[in-house]
Design a protein around this ligand. Structure first.
Ligand code: SAH
Length: 259
């Protein structure tokens, strides 16, 4: 699988930080091709390179104009081969499931707004899907697009070292992840749970599952409810409560029972 991502933005340099870490490695090894495209190059105003204007009807700030966005999208994706996403606080909220879904597309276009947002006609003409990264307002879509890119890249084959890497992780099966430890076995009087040092894989798996259930019940009862609703025979939450003696001390000790 080879994935092409184009971020359309007035601030292409912001995307430089994708050269680091896991996403950076995926780009270098040719698994994903990410480019930031400067919308400003497509404005018809070749004198001042203006890309925004005051809002019709009045109000604060500036709105990004439709023409530069439209021409930029046409130049990048003339045959509509990309899934065209507008980053917007009004969009559907990004989840693990959305990221997984998006990773199945070979071509992904991420349109980033700025200022007060973009002319509604740009959404009408150029956008397939609107995605938000949470219920707060950012000053631009760039950071949101990078959040999408990072979360999507993890699902592209070969990006994470081993195929199982993300199967264990938080949200993969509708649960939060168990706590992780590495050397040394003791630090500032805090010991790594004995079961993890023992090498009994069945015990370790049981411990991790119980931790995962407990932390999910305590922090995200909504996930357990969704999971229980999804498959009536999955009994989680409550079941192992009280049995765990090695649960990390800083985590809550009396999880709420899940109805
Ligand atoms: N006036 C708009 C917000 C504009 S914020 C409103 O009230 O809905 C400027 C740009 O930042 C937006 O065009 C969008 O691309 C981006 N943005 C802001 N918050 C975001 C969020 N939570 N998720 C994704 N993109 C966001």
């Amino acid at each position: 699988q080879f994935m092409k991502i184009r971020a359309l933005t007035l601030f292409p340099k912001m995307f430089d930080c994708l050269n680091e870490s896991i996403v950076g490695r995926a780009v270098k090894s040719g698994l994903i091709d990410i480019r930031a495209v400067d919308i400003r190059e497509y404005t018809a105003d070749k004198k001042h390179f203006k890309c925004d204007d005051t809002p019709y009807g009045g109000g604060a700030g500036m709105v990004m104009s439709v023409q530069p966005i439209y021409d930029c999208v046409q130049a990048v994706d003339p045959d509509h081969e990309y899934l065209r996403v507008y980053m917007s606080p009004k969009g559907e909220t990004l989840t693990d499931k959305t990221a997984r879904e998006l990773s199945a597309h070979d071509n992904l276009l991420l349109l980033c707004g700025h200022y007060e947002g973009i002319d509604e006609r740009a959404i009408e003409l150029c956008v397939d899907r609107e995605i938000s990264i949470g219920d707060y307002v950012l000053s631009g879509g760039e950071l949101a697009a990078m959040v999408v890119i990072d979360s999507v890249a993890r699902f592209v084959d070969g990006v994470l070292g081993s195929r199982v890497s993300h199967e264990d992780e938080s949200f993969a099966d509708g649960m939060l992840e168990y706590p992780q430890y590495t050397r040394p076995p003791e630090f500032m009087g805090l010991r790594v749970p004995d079961v993890l040092l023992g090498g009994n894989h069945a015990e370790i798996e049981k411990y991790r599952r119980e931790c995962s259930e407990r932390i999910t019940a305590e922090r995200r009862a909504d996930l357990i409810k969704a999971k229980t609703a999804a498959s009536a025979d999955v009994k989680t939450g409550g079941r192992y409560m009280g049995e765990i003696t090695w649960f990390p001390g800083h985590m809550a000790r009396s999880p709420r029972e899940i109805e």
